[in-house]
Design a protein around this ligand. Structure first.
Ligand code: GDP
Length: 446
């Protein structure tokens, strides 16, 4: 699926991970090669650019662990970024919303993209894996052969198709499918709309009319993965006009360069749910970003190694922090670590609620309920302080406060809020320190 890209990246990272020490230049050179590899794989330019920028940023900010080389660390960052670009934020691969039966699924796409084949493949999957009773209907009234094709596939996989009635228009067929699905106790009915060779007004108007009567739970665009960026443009067009909920990329068994898969989510915001891997009825796979990223990079052992080292590092940091807390110490470095952690754990309350006795306190504090954006702004404020200031924030004078706030693109008032938060936390730690070991637990039991 991604052989060429995989080979190219493999070459870049083999060289990088074999080196012991890495200069910033080494990393930059490697990333430039990664960028070229992405572009050659037909990843869209803005996506490739964004990708490299994100990796660069993370590579410079990454905590250094002794047990892995910088090159290995870069591999892990690229791996994570690949997953991010493939998955987006709420990727739920392979899941279709088919609650409230009969659930309509609208299949859309250009002619020849594999829409009819994919409709049948999906129906088979729903039937076999999810035990659903599925009805398929072809709406391609201009191409009787296409209607026949769906009927034949239906027979082959043992899934019912709506009987063909000559002269009926697509909207009428959609209505009949809905009625039939209700009467027949079907869980899902799939509408295989007509395709054309290119996007035109008539096609869009027709699909729109069908969408309006069917009110689909899922609108799945089927596109040929071999067409690269064209596939992404097609998706944009369909999404703008019809509104799609997911994408199936077909012909991923071919020697496509993979760019469509890598750009789709970033450009359209819509997840790739499945990939087609052949003409046979079971040649359909769930699109799993982490597995795909693994396949593209082919460096699973290095990724695992770095993950392990990171876990160790985090455990060490946590232990060091606990020791400081017990002594009643809590400066801006501690706060920054907490804020980083909070972003990972989903906000202040999410984190505090995990610490015994802290749930209530979190609600009482100024910082309660702060969101991701605020957390990042606060981190930016801390980042614009000097090392000395971070360790001893009480030394900050008005002029420095102004500079720091400006440096982070914020107001002095925001900085004061942050300082207050740090003081509150510090006080809290002191109290707890006095209570001695187990103090937190005692408090929690009250
Ligand atoms: P439609 O016009 O969009 O409905 O396209 P069809 O479903 O008729 O598919 C067109 C051709 O592509 C058929 O010969 C399919 O067997 C073939 N096809 C569909 N999906 C795949 C796939 O994932 N891989 C390969 N190799 N061929 C596919």
């Amino acid at each position: 699926m991604f052989e060429n890209l995989s080979e190219r990246l493999g070459g870049v990272f083999d060289r990088l991970t074999k080196q012991g020490a890495l200069s910033e230049d080494d990393v930059r050179t490697a990333l430039r090669e990664v960028r070229v590899a992405l572009l050659e794989a037909d990843v869209s330019l803005p996506v490739a650019r964004q990708f490299i920028k994100a990796v660069e940023k993370k590579a410079t900010g990454a905590a250094v662990t002794k047990s892995v080389t910088p090159g290995q660390q870069v591999v892990k960052i690229v791996h994570d970024e690949l997953i991010a670009v493939l998955a987006g934020e709420d990727g739920d691969p392979g899941k279709l919303r088919i609650d409230s039966p009969p659930a309509p699924i609208l299949m859309v796409g250009l002619q020849g993209g594999g829409k009819t084949t994919t409709t049948a493949k999906l129906a088979k999957r729903l039937k076999e894996r999810d035990g659903k009773k599925v009805l398929m209907a072809s709406l391609d009234v201009n191409r009787p052969a296409a209607m026949e094709q769906l009927a034949i596939l239906g027979q082959q996989i043992g899934v019912d198709t709506l009987p063909i009635v000559k002269g009926e228009d697509p909207v009428a067929i959609a209505k009949r499918a809905k009625t039939q699905a209700g009467l027949g106790g079907y869980d899902v009915y799939m509408l295989d709309t007509a395709g054309r060779l290119s996007i035109d007004e008539e096609l869009m108007a027709q699909v729109e009319a069908v969408r309006d009567v069917a009110n689909p739970r899922e609108t799945i665009l089927v596109v040929d993965g071999l067409t690269g960026q064209d596939a992404v443009h097609t998706a944009e067009n369909f999404d703008n006009r019809i509104g799609i909920t997911g994408v199936v990329l077909t012909r991923m068994d071919g020697d496509g360069r993979g760019g469509a898969a890598l750009s789709m989510r970033a450009v359209t915001g819509k997840p790739i749910k499945f990939v087609g891997l052949g003409e046979k009825m079971d040649a359909l796979e769930t699109f799993e970003p982490d597995r795909v990223a693994g396949r593209i990079l082919g460096m699973g052992d290095i990724v695992a190694l770095v993950e392990k080292a990171q876990q160790t590092l985090e455990a060490e940091q946590a232990e060091r922090m606990m020791k400081r807390f017990q002594k009643g110490q809590f400066n801006m470095n501690d706060l920054k670590m907490q804020l980083d952690q909070m972003i990972k754990m989903g906000g202040m309350e999410g984190m505090m609620s995990m610490m015994p006795g802290m749930g209530k306190m979190a609600k009482q504090m100024d910082g309660a309920g702060i969101d991701d954006k605020m957390l990042r702004q606060q981190i930016a404020l801390i980042n614009s302080m000097t090392k000395k200031e971070r360790a001893n924030p009480q030394i900050l004078q008005a002029s420095r406060k102004k500079r720091i706030a400006a440096g982070a693109g914020m107001e002095v008032a925001d900085l004061n809020k942050l300082l207050k938060m740090q003081r509150q936390m510090s006080d809290m730690m002191k109290k707890m320190g006095k209570m001695g070991k187990g103090g937190m637990l005692k408090q929690a039991m009250r």
